[in-house]
Design a protein around this ligand. Structure first.
Ligand SMILES: *[C@@H]1O[C@H](CO)[C@@H](O)[C@H](O)[C@H]1NC(C)=O
Ligand SMILES: *[C@@H]1O[C@H](CO)[C@@H](O)[C@H](O)[C@H]1NC(C)=O
Length: 282
């Protein structure tokens, strides 16, 4: 799907975008922008919900899904978001801390919803120093399996093979991968590349920064000691290596897509043209 998006059917009215949401990476802010724009820019937005939010889809579901999405004309052009499918995800650093607090306090997006660990007042630091399971390095193993794919080895926390597979997929299977820390630039580049969907997204994001950003309530930043302890784990090192890889790739794409002028970023205009077109028409 994503490959054909990059080559043949890019920006046609039958374009389908699959947005791979990685939990706690500002993905909700980003999907809200799609919902805000879909009326005006005339495309459909669909949420893919999977049972128990399982990020692994059965093989038969993968086949069903591809068949359904490619043939469902009424929903084209379409923007699908849900777990575990490639095209334009965001990843972020240190999301374990954010997720830890999210489970305890929720966020300002759905403040009334009762969260799984609500009532547990232990800080992230206390959890790490007492070796709690909710802050164990194994819990950091989330971004790599998301990018790695539907292979058993992808879920083997700390696997170098999974890291390499994730890197391979990041550069080969995705149109663009953004990082949460640079969400605005990500949106700007998407608007330049896919205006059929994202025309107006940058302005919308800038004007509504507060309303689009979802804040985990009661977040206490981890201490130096906590960070040092996490950083000793092999799992953290490998996830961090993946983050650095994604960041570098994003900065590379950005460097070729925008220019800075007076402290502001501008997307570059088209810089390829055609000439010597034959046969001549008259
Ligand atoms: C997923 O969507 C189906 C169909 O709309 C709905 O019946 C179900 O309750 C949803 N499940 C969750 C967990 O939201
Ligand atoms: C795709 O799935 C949806 C939901 O199950 C269904 O309503 C729709 O008719 C399907 N489209 C095609 C073309 O199969």
């Amino acid at each position: 799907l994503d490959k054909s998006l990059r080559t043949t059917s890019i920006e046609n009215d039958d374009t389908v975008i699959i947005y791979n949401r990685v939990p706690k990476t500002a993905s909700t802010s980003f999907t809200n922008i799609a919902y805000d724009l879909c009326g005006k820019n005339r495309f459909h937005v669909l949420h893919i919900n999977t049972t128990k939010n399982n990020p692994v889809m059965s093989l038969q579901d993968q086949v069903r899904f591809v068949r359904n999405v490619t043939s469902w004309r009424e929903m084209k052009p379409g923007f699908y978001h849900g777990p575990s499918f490639p095209v334009i995800p965001l990843i972020s650093r240190l999301r374990l801390v954010s997720y830890y607090y999210f489970l305890r306090f929720g966020d300002d997006y759905r403040p009334g919803l009762r969260r799984r660990k609500q009532g547990d007042k232990k800080t992230f630091d206390e959890c790490v120093s007492s070796g709690g399971s909710d802050c164990a390095p194994e819990k950091l193993w989330l971004q790599i399996p998301f990018f790695c794919g539907h292979h058993s080895e992808c879920w083997n926390a700390g696997s170098r093979w999974a890291l390499e597979q994730a890197k391979y997929n990041l550069v080969n299977e995705y149109l663009l991968v953004g990082v949460t820390e640079e969400l605005e630039d990500f949106i700007m580049i998407l608007e330049a590349a896919l205006p059929r969907f994202f025309k107006g997204a940058t302005d919308l994001y800038r004007s509504g920064k507060k309303s689009h950003l979802r804040k985990t309530t009661e977040k206490k930043p981890p201490t130096k000691e906590t960070i040092a302890k996490l950083q000793q784990s092999n799992i953290w090192k490998i996830e961090n290596e993946f983050y650095e890889f994604a960041l570098e790739q994003f900065q590379f794409v950005r460097a070729h897509a925008v220019r800075e002028k007076d402290g502001e970023l501008f997307v570059l205009a088209q810089s390829f043209f055609y000439e010597k077109i034959y046969p001549k028409v008259n």
